[in-house]
Design a protein around this ligand. Sequence first.
Ligand code: ADP
Length: 669
Amino acid sequence: MTKFLLISEDSGKEEVVREVFSTDEVIPCVDETMIFDILKVEEPDIVIIDGDIEVLDLKPLCRKIKQFPVVILLILGKKEHNKDVTHNINLFIKAPIDKKLLAATVDSSLRTRQTLLKMTKSNQELAASLYQLNVLYNTSSQLAGSLDKDKLIKIMIEGIEKSLNFELSCTLIFRSEREPVLIVNSLYKVSDRLLEALKLRAILSYKSLLSDPPFDIKIGNLKIEKNIKHNIREYDFSILRFDNLFAPIMLNDEFFGFTEIYREAPFSTEDATVFQTLVRQVAIPLQSASFTQELKATNRKLQKLERLKSEFISIVSHELRTPLTAIKNAMDIILSGKAGEMTENIEKFVSMGKRNAIRLSGIINDLLDISKIEAGKMDFKFELMHVEPVIEYVKNNLTEVAKEKGLDIVFTPSEENVEVYADSNRLEQVLTNLVSNAIKFTTEGNIEITTKVVNARELQYDHCFEEDIKKLQGNYLQVCVEDHGIGIERKDLNHVFDKFAQIENSLSRKVGGTGLGLPIARQLMEAHNGAIWCDSEINKGSKFYFVIPIANDKSNFTMIRKQLVQQARSNGSTVAVIKIKSTNETIEKLLRENNLLNKTYMANSMIEKEGLMTTLSLILMDGDKPSAEFLHKKIDSVIEQNKDLYGKCDIMYSYEIEGDTHEKDSYSG
Ligand code: ADP
């Protein structure tokens, strides 16, 4: 029914209106304050103003009425009206009123108004949907960026709040398997009894959602997390009468929790859809977060197990070594005849015992080595050296064993006389393993050892070794141990460097071994900034190669420096960088990576600081040539004068000439 507000002192006009529209819904009023109260409370559809009214000033009145969503019709009479009045009205008719014209005018304008109102409503709904869509989009992109369960739930609740303006929300999640938490987000404070009711409701919902709940939630173990926006009011039971939406957070059959929201204004079906969508969106990242959490926990457990295993091996091996040495010594004494005469038979059995004791001690040493390497506790004594004497030594050591099988070991050294920066004991260990293997897996032909200088770019290898070799740069000394034995299948090439790997063939089993020699060799080569790999053909033989950076090769300078730093660290000493001119970023980066950037000194303060150098085993200098050389000499003389105090100090310096960086190393001590 159309509602009229009539502003007129003329009762005749009221009658006309009632008659034309056959309605009682005509509110006559000429009091300004009341007019606006009626507009607010009664919300009329049309205001009819008598233009001849005396008691009101129409100019401001029309301007104010125009703010309301009504049609304003002015009846023009005798009074002249200026533009200010006519601008602020929608329609006018002239007095005396033509009833048919009045009916037609009002009817058409009301229809237009209705259409307009509908359009405005649709526009508002569209804007609201767009806003919700935007929130949905933003929320989903935020959800995709996190793997933290708490953060994901927070993003979801914020998204729901933004799009649905709830007054209170309750979300049940499990922080860990047995830690249920009820997150309450509320506009106002929550009374204690309401909180208890919400807890109870959450527990009941949990039990009714899962037919066979994995955990029993009790009021006592349900943790509450409250986020209150304003403290000016408090919600009580009455909020439970508000409209509410509820959704479980599930992915397939997996239950993560649920969320429930309350709002005084009722939720529409679209609201319910938005709510469900937002809750559904959080399930996938929540599942990923759970997986990540589990993965991290398993990883931690594995790391702990790995550490325990290494420690166990190391302790057991130590404990085994002592009695084994005693057994070996005792057998030596028996075999030397010092313990008395023995028969041929006894000698045979004691020799057998000794051989096995030696083998056992080899196995224990391998186990100890691998556990030390894995725990990062292997000590290295790097020094400038030639590899050839080590090869000769290993060759001499194993010639007898080779001869027993009718094999010869032939060594052809390279013509270039290069030095490497290496630990000779560890090199000997690698070479012994390679040559012993060559002897073990060969029945005829020579074992050939060769050395040559190679550039990393020229190296040839099977692609399965790419990871190890592609990081090499510059010039290297390459050692190759070649045999003409049983060979290794291509598919097994890389596996021979895996721990405890023995290739499935009768000979491997027959000759025995731990399968640790090559993995140890690989780790030792890595510590030398080198690499080890092999090439083989079944029944034709194998070639095992390893490379070590050449010491006086400029392209390997960074690597050598890395070794110096590693050595200084294993000695527990301090490393210092002396700034002469600029800061050499590579040095600093290197030190930072090794956690060694304890101190960077300015040149003078370095020398002046009393006692500073006592803690140093390595000084890396950076700057131009004259200053570096001056400083080098000065440090040398300080060290020379205080030999007892400073002991050995390796000094390394780098300097610049004509913009080119030249690096030079020098060792003093
Ligand atoms: P093991 O103590 O068993 O010799 P290694 O790690 O030294 O342990 O070698 C692992 C496996 O690699 C050997 O058991 C053998 O199957 C294979 N292998 C190593 N060297 C050779 C070789 N020169 N010829 C053929 N197979 C070899």
